[in-house]
Design a protein around this ligand. Structure first.
Ligand code: ADP
Ligand code: MG
Length: 252
């Protein structure tokens, strides 16, 4: 019923990490979740393949007319990233019509579709933004990141205005936050001053238990380690805010 794009034009900010955790969080509430990996790095696919069932077609197939039937959706299914996706960027933008149609059909089967996007503004990111009803943007708070954030917000609100009025911005989720960094604290302060209404007030700290949990195919809150507990709590705090926003929105 809901499609959530995880998007930011910057790489390495935690899109795939947060997308996977969000999918696992929703699946724990017994929602049927489809994860669509449009990132050719395929980090999310690698993690999710350990626990989720892949569908019998690939992400690049979504940009074509596609005949599929999914009789038994699992708690989590994944449409894997594949190498042919690089070619999608050379297709005519008309393929977005097929993409949109395919996502619409998948939406009828699952409670949530989570789309992990590549960091470049091309057909795949545009496709994700024009078909989703929510977009979440993980951000990092390094010095000089404000310019990138402005560009990202322009893209999202530009797509909303021109192509997809149903797109709701869930907000910017600060990730890899280091409370000891003066530069990061300054950036956070600037963001609160300028964009507090677009900021999710639940930063996720930089913690080694996060990549460790992903390499095991687990959400960090299921990693049996004291160091993982805080990270798990931070994710849950942020996701609770998203749950509330989406619930309020869906009831409107
Ligand atoms: N909060 C965090 N703490 C520590 N490492 C993180 C955190 N978030 C992401 N990472 C790591 O940073 C790298 C980039 O994250 P990733 O989710 O792949 O970013 P993106 O998808 O935006 O390129 C990965 O190795 C990931 O495990
Ligand atoms: Mg990624």
């Amino acid at each position: 019923m809901s499609t959530i794009a995880i998007s930011n034009q910057k790489g390495g900010v935690g899109k795939s990490t947060i997308a996977v955790h969000l999918a696992l969080h929703l699946s724990e509430q017994n929602k049927k979740v489809l994860f669509i990996d449009l990132d050719p790095q395929a980090n999310a696919t690698k993690t999710l393949k350990k626990i989720a069932t892949p569908l019998n077609f690939f992400a690049s197939d979504l940009f074509k007319k596609l005949d599929f039937k999914i009789d038994n959706p699992e708690i989590i299914n994944v449409i894997e990233a594949d190498s042919l996706m690089a070619d999608v960027e050379r297709y005519d933008s008309n393929v977005l019509v097929d993409f949109k149609e395919n996502i619409k059909k998948l939406n009828e089967i699952y409670d949530y579709c989570i789309i992990d996007t590549p960091p470049t503004l091309g057909l795949r990111m545009t496709g994700a933004l024009i078909t989703s009803n929510y977009v979440l943007s993980p951000i990092e708070l390094e010095e000089y990141s404000i310019d990138g954030i402005k560009k990202m917000l322009q893209t999202i609100f530009g797509v909303k205005e021109k192509w997809n009025p149903n797109l709701n911005f869930l907000g910017m989720l600060p990730n890899r936050f280091n409370p000891r960094s003066t530069a990061q604290k300054e950036t956070l302060k600037t963001l609160i001053e300028n964009y507090s209404h677009l900021l999710i007030p639940a930063p996720i700290g930089i913690r080694s238990s996060i990549p460790e949990s992903l390499s095991l195919g687990l959400p960090v809150w299921n990693l049996k380690k004291t160091a993982a507990r805080v990270a798990g709590q931070e994710f849950k705090k942020a996701f609770k805010i998203l749950d509330t926003t989406m619930k309020e929105n869906n009831n409107v």
